[in-house]
Design a protein around this ligand. Structure first.
Ligand SMILES: Nc1ncnc2c1ncn2[C@@H]1O[C@H](COP(=O)(O)OP(=O)(O)OP(=O)(O)O)[C@@H](O)[C@H]1O
Length: 312
C-alpha cells in the first residue's frame, strides 16, 4: 500500500524547470532511495513532500492526505532530517530536544520519556548534557535525527544524512535506519548521491538527473538496466592522474574513478581490452596487488542511462 504518492510534480524557479513531471509511489515499510547528482532536484522534491515548498502542478498524497489541501496532517506523519543542521549551538542536546519537543505540544512527562527514547536510539545518551557547539558534525546530525523522531513519525525523510560526517556516525546512522525500519515499521525516504549507501540500504529506488526521472523501481530491476556494463577494480599503489587518463582511452572503458589505493573502471564487457590495460600499467611500472571483476552497480546504471558519471 502506498503511503506516499508523488503525482506529476512540476516545479519551476522563475522560468527554470527543476522538477519535470515527477511521479512515484512509496509503499509502507519501504526504505526508498532517492538518488541523483548535486542539483538533480532531490531537496526541492523533499521540500514539496513536506509542504515547505509548493509545486506549480501535481500533488503529493501522504497517508491519504493531499499536501496542498491538508499540509498539517502531512507534517504530523513526517519526521524530516534536513541537509542543513538546524540546532541551537549554545545549549545542551537535552535542552534542544526539550525546545523542539515543545513545538509538538507534547505533555511534559510524555516529552521526557520521548527524549530518553530518541537519545538512546541515536546513541547520544552519554552526551545529553553536553553543549551542541562541542559536538562533531556526525553527532550534530544524530541529534537532528533525534529531533525528527520526537513525535513518532510514520515516515522519516533523510536528506543526504551522511554528507561530511565521520565513519563512526555514518555506520551508526546506517544501523539506525535498518533498526527503526525493521522494529517500528517506519517508512524511510533516504536521499543520497553516494550510490553505495543506497545499494546497501534501500529496496526501492528513484534515480533522477536535472529534474527528470532516469530510472525507478525495485533495486535489482533498476540494477539490471546497466545492460552489459560491469566494473573492474584494480588495486595498486602510485595511481596518478596521468595513468587514469591513459586508462580512460582504452577501448571498452566507459568511466574511470581513481582512489588512493585502487582504480575503478566501468567497462563494456564485450569490447573491454584487459590486455591493453595491463600493458599500460606495466609500462608505467605500477605493481598490481589485485584485480576484481564486479557486477554492475548503481553507478554503472547511472552512467549507462545518462552517459555521464555521478561524480563528475
Ligand atoms: N530557491 C531556489 N531558487 C532558484 N533555484 C533553486 C532554488 N532552490 C534550488 N534551486 C535550483 O534547483 C535545482 C535543484 O536543486 P536541489 O537543491 O533540489 O538539488 P539536489 O538534488 O538536492 O542537490 P544537492 O544535493 O546539491 O542539494 C538546482 O539547479 C538549484 O540551483
Amino acid at each position: 500500500m502506498a503511503i506516499i504518492e508523488v503525482n506529476h510534480i512540476t516545479k519551476r524557479f522563475d522560468n527554470k524547470v527543476v522538477l519535470d513531471n515527477i511521479s512515484f509511489d512509496i509503499n509502507k515499510g519501504d526504505i526508498y532511495g532517492l538518488i541523483g547528482p548535486n542539483g538533480a532536484g532531490k531537496s526541492t522534491l523533499i521540500n514539496i513532500i513536506t509542504g515547505i515548498l509548493v509545486s506549480q502542478s501535481g500533488d503529493i498524497v501522504v497517508d491519504g492526505y493531499s499536501v496542498k489541501k491538508h499540509p498539517l496532517e502531512v507534517k504530523k506523519r513526517i519526521g524530516l532530517v534536513p541537509q542543513e543542521i538546524a540546532l541551537m549551538e549554545t545549549v545542551s542536546a537535552y535542552e534542544n530536544l526539550e525546545f523542539f519537543g515543545a513545538l509538538y505540544h507534547l505533555k511534559r512527562d510524555v516529552l521526557k520519556k520521548r527524549i530518553n527514547e530518541v537519545l538512546e536510539l541515536t546513541g547520544l545518551e552519554e552526551q545529553r548534557k553536553e553543549k551542541v557547539k562541542k559536538f562533531s558534525g556526525g553527532m550534530k546530525r544524530r541529534l537532528n535525527l533525534a529531533v525528527a523522531l520526537l513525535h513518532h513519525p510514520e515516515i522519516l525523510i533523510m536528506d543526504e544524512p551522511t554528507v561530511g560526517i565521520d565513519p563512526q556516525s555514518r555506520n551508526h546512522i546506517f544501523e539506525f535506519v535498518k533498526t527503526i525500519n525493521k522494529e517500528k515499521g517506519t517508512t524511510i525516504l533516504y536521499t543520497s548521491h553516494y550510490m553505495e549507501e543506497v545499494e546497501l540500504l534501500c529496496n526501492e529506488l528513484f534515480i533522477m538527473d536535472l529534474g527528470k526521472e532516469v530510472a525507478s523501481g525495485e533495486k535489482e530491476m533498476v540494477k539490471s538496466l546497466a545492460g552489459g556494463n560491469k566494473s573492474v577494480e584494480i588495486k595498486a599503489l602510485g595511481l596518478t592522474k596521468a595513468i587514469e587518463d591513459l586508462l580512460k582511452e582504452v577501448e571498452g572503458v566507459k568511466a574511470c574513478n581513481r582512489f588512493e589505493e585502487h582504480i575503478d573502471l566501468t567497462i563494456e564487457e564485450k569490447s573491454f581490452q584487459l590486455e591493453k590495460t595491463m600493458k599500460i600499467l606495466e609500462q608505467e611500472q605500477i605493481k598490481i596487488k589485485g584485480i576484481n571483476f564486479k557486477e554492475s552497480s548503481l553507478e554503472e546504471v547511472f552512467l549507462s542511462l545518462t552517459g555521464k558519471s555521478l561524480r563528475e
